[in-house]
Design a protein around this ligand. Structure first.
Ligand code: ADP
Length: 438
């Protein structure tokens, strides 16, 4: 190719020189003929350049390049082929984009693209059905203006979206939606919204069933344990061989009553939507009262210490928090052998407020920790049976903490003890706590 254009150039220059010499021979003016020949050649080149410029600037995508010979012809053809290749590549890319847009538009799940500020950039048909977005008027609007639920605002503002969020649809109370946001590029958001109404209904049926069964079992159980209590009140007049079975029946009926009340507590926690009550809860006083209950449970077999920041109070439901905290403290008492020490600590730092309940009991192996808050999950069935636990305590703790925008962390070393810590965000602190003068 290089050789080609060099030869071409040389040939062209030689022909200009030859014609100029021929003219010089005829006219006898060699110098002028040479100037005239080179001038003509320059003019011809400039003309080709202008034709190229006009073609590049004004020609339509399919218009052929102007006809030319020699090197200029090659240049025109090369640019033309380059342009065709670009057009084909662009066409293929457009086809891919069209296919992606068509398939996304056909999805039953809503796909919404938002810029870094959360303004709508693009959405599919399902987003209009599920969220009521209107095309094109809603383009550029902040998503928080269109989905106005306070929980969505809170979820969207947090900027890290590990868990999806479930909410009712802004279009209809009967539709339940699951929102999942993913960050990409320069802080842009990709939001997927699924209709989970059916799963939600099934889940609701399960919860209602458990709640109804627990409720229905309560009355017969109360009657049974009432009779057992009366019988045991007259234990002296009973035959000795009946006393032990009756005592065991009473113990088991008490266990069933605890189980039912824990199941009902869980059902009512699940039925109530977040956030929980927003009352002022003075945590130190609450912990002091839990401590005296725990001392009674321990019957003097444990040392129970309390260290709490007096001014630090929470917003929430006192009843729920009492239930969660006492579950942690009573567990520590139940699982720590006599002579052990249990420590409650309530303090605040930059991350928020924390309640830690530590013991120097048997500890829990690391493999059990992730599953500990599951209902009826037990590390050691025989150990749990001795303590009379229901297996629902930590599940209740987890739900109460979710209601209070908090979470639970568990640290444990087998043979040395365990620490259960509840972490509350600063937003959950009661005003009185944030202002030390109060
Ligand atoms: P349970 O009613 O059986 O105590 P929980 O949900 O409260 O149910 O606790 C689940 C399991 O976690 C318990 O069965 C026990 O094995 C373990 N566990 C809870 N707290 C402690 C603790 N402080 N020390 C050791 N094991 C514990």
């Amino acid at each position: 190719m290089n050789l080609d254009w060099r030869t071409l150039l040389l040939r062209r220059l030689l022909s200009v020189l030859a014609i100029s010499l021929l003219l010089g021979l005829i006219s006898g003016e060699y110098a002028w003929s040479l100037v005239a020949g080179l001038g003509l050649y320059l003019y011809w080149n400039l003309r080709q350049l202008v034709r190229l410029y006009l073609w590049v600037k004004h020609a339509g995508p399919d218009e052929l390049p102007p006809e030319s010979s020699g090197l200029w012809g090659e240049v025109f053809d090369a640019i033309y082929h380059l342009q065709r290749r670009n057009q084909q590549a662009r066409g293929r890319l457009q086809a891919v984009i069209d296919r992606v847009q068509q398939s996304t538009a056909a999805l039953k799940d809503a796909v919404i693209m938002l810029d870094a500020q959360g303004n709508l950039e693009w959405w599919n048909q399902a987003a209009e059905t599920l969220l009521g977005l209107k095309s094109p008027q809603d383009g550029g609007q902040p998503i928080t203006n269109l989905v106005r639920h306070p929980r969505f605002h809170e979820y969207f503002a947090q900027n890290h979206y590990a868990e999806p969020l479930e909410l009712v649809s802004p279009v209809s109370e009967r539709i339940r939606l699951q929102f999942q946001v993913t960050l990409y590029g320069n802080g842009q958001h990709l939001m997927l919204v699924r209709d989970v109404t059916r799963v939600h209904q099934l889940e609701q049926m399960r919860k209602d069933f458990v709640a109804n069964v627990s409720h229905e079992l309560r009355t017969p159980l109360t009657v049974l344990s009432g009779y057992l209590e009366t019988l045991l009140d007259h234990a002296d007049s009973l035959e000795a061989r009946w006393r032990r079975p009756l005592q065991q029946m009473q113990q088991q009926s008490l266990r069933m009553q605890n189980l039912l009340s824990d199941l009902l507590m869980l059902a009512s926690l699940e039925a109530r939507d977040y956030p929980a009550d927003n009352r002022h809860v003075p945590v130190k006083a609450l912990l002091a009262s839990i401590r005296s209950d725990a001392l009674a449970l321990s019957a003097g077999q444990h040392v129970i210490e309390l260290e709490a920041d007096t001014g630090l109070a929470l917003k929430g439901s006192e009843l729920e928090l009492r239930s969660a905290f006492s579950n942690l403290v009573f567990n520590a008492v139940k699982y720590t052998p006599a002579g052990g020490t249990i420590r409650m600590r309530w303090w605040r730092d930059e991350q928020g407020a924390h309640l830690a309940v530590s013991d120097n009991g048997p500890g829990i192996e690391a493999k059990h920790l992730p599953r500990l808050t599951e209902r009826f999950y037990r590390v050691d069935a025989s150990r749990a049976a001795n303590t009379g636990g229901t297996g629902l305590g930590l599940a209740i703790v987890k739900h109460v903490l979710i209601h209070h925008r908090a979470n639970l962390s568990i640290d444990s070393t087998p043979g040395q003890g365990s620490t259960f810590t509840c972490h509350f965000s600063s937003a959950q602190l009661s005003q009185a706590a944030q202002d030390p003068e109060d």
